[in-house]
Ligand binder design. Structure first.
Ligand SMILES: [Zn+2]
Ligand SMILES: [Zn+2]
Length: 369
């Protein structure tokens, strides 16, 4: 399990911090403890240094922009990053907040752009906060956000921002607000986000999910966010938990375990088995399928129908088997058809679908807006 955005060093956790840290140690792969100013980022780092599976970020929240000294911030960051590279995993939270406007708009923009440059310079992901500032944010990101790995934290459902963020290959992080009854529009967006770009967070101590709404939030409540999205996507809770954990490691450049790198291009959704067959000549450094790294699949000329049938194991377990082909070459096409023929002779319902089908898009992460 993961929480990609929380503020554990805030005073709201004073009473029971040790308790929570113990539970995090037990139940979580990791959490990211987010800083909102230089002083606060130091506190966030201090806490991260206490526990193995807590990481921290360095950033200036738009509310804090008016008090920030950028030169001082960069000097301190540079020094601490060289010492604690293994703990500082991102720049942010940075961004724009025109809802409360606690810092002048112009200063917010300046401080945000400064942090974009810092993220680029240090090749770190950028945690982006946005409230009632989508238009300006989109403009800045289109112009300056190209070479950054962005994370839209606490995504609020704005479709224009979603489109821009997805086009830039950013991660979309959903918080507890996705569980609130009135947020139907936000829940609707889930199906447009490629599954390998979804993250989950709590933003605790704020924004407790519906079942515990009004209470102080905690990373432990991230389960409500995971469950809500898993239900929306019709994916098993444990499978989705695994996927968002892998996604979070990719987002923050943390190493994947051998198990997480396993080569399994199949996924079961309800009673359908989907098998993803990519084109080997379609060279991508790493290709993720529902959080599974399939870059090392044996998609060479020596791949035969037997390999694919082996992946299916017992076809009688499924109502339907779907071969999903993205840019297939002739060899892959031939294999898919061979398998189809073989299975149909045994009364198994088989479909072969090509990339840009909306159902497939939903499952295989194509951008469809
Ligand atoms: Zn925020
Ligand atoms: Zn936050």
């Amino acid at each position: 399990m993961v929480d990609t955005h929380c503020h554990l060093h805030f005073p709201q956790f004073k009473e029971d911090l040790e308790d929570i840290l113990e539970k995090i140690k037990e139940k979580f792969s990791f959490v990211v403890n987010v800083g909102i100013s230089l002083k606060d980022s130091l506190k966030a780092l201090n806490l991260a240094l206490k526990r193995e599976n807590i990481f921290s970020t360095f950033g200036i929240h738009p509310h804090e922009a008016k008090d920030a000294n950028l030169e001082e911030f960069e000097t301190a960051f540079k020094k601490l990053y060289s010492e604690y590279k293994h703990k500082i995993v991102a720049i942010g939270e940075a961004g724009l907040d025109f809802y409360r406007n606690l810092s002048p708009k112009k200063v917010q923009m300046e401080v945000f752009e400064f942090q974009i440059e810092l993220a680029k310079k240090y090749k770190l992901p950028l945690v982006i906060h946005c409230r009632q500032a989508e238009k300006d944010l989109i403009e800045i990101l289109k112009e300056k956000g190209k070479d950054v790995k962005g994370i839209i934290h606490c995504f609020n459902g704005n479709k224009d921002l979603l489109k821009t963020a997805l086009d830039l290959g950013y991660f979309i992080s959903y918080s507890g607000i996705i569980t609130y009854p009135k947020n139907e529009n936000l829940r609707e967006t889930v199906k447009y986000v490629p599954i390998d770009q979804i993250l989950v967070e709590t933003d605790s101590p704020y924004l407790a999910p519906q079942p515990v709404r009004g209470k102080r939030n905690s990373p432990l409540y991230v389960v409500y966010v995971i469950q809500t999205i898993a239900d929306l996507l019709d994916i098993d809770f444990l499978e989705f938990k695994r996927i968002v954990t892998v996604n979070a490691k990719r987002a923050f450049n943390l190493p994947l375990s051998l198990k997480e790198l396993r080569f399994d291009p199949t996924i079961k959704v309800k009673n359908t088995l989907y098998i993803y067959l990519d084109n080997p000549s379609h060279e991508k450094e790493i290709k993720f399928f529902f959080g599974k790294n399939i870059s090392k699949l044996p998609y060479k000329e020596d791949l035969c129908a037997g390999h694919i049938l082996y992946l299916i194991k017992n076809p009688k377990l499924y109502d339907k088997i779907v071969f999903v082909l993205e840019n297939p070459n002739e060899h892959i096409l031939k294999l898919a058809n061979e398998c189809k023929e073989y299975l149909e002779k045994r009364n198994v319902h088989v479909e072969v679908k090509h990339g840009r089908n909306s159902e497939i898009c939903r499952f295989f992460g194509q951008k469809i807006i």
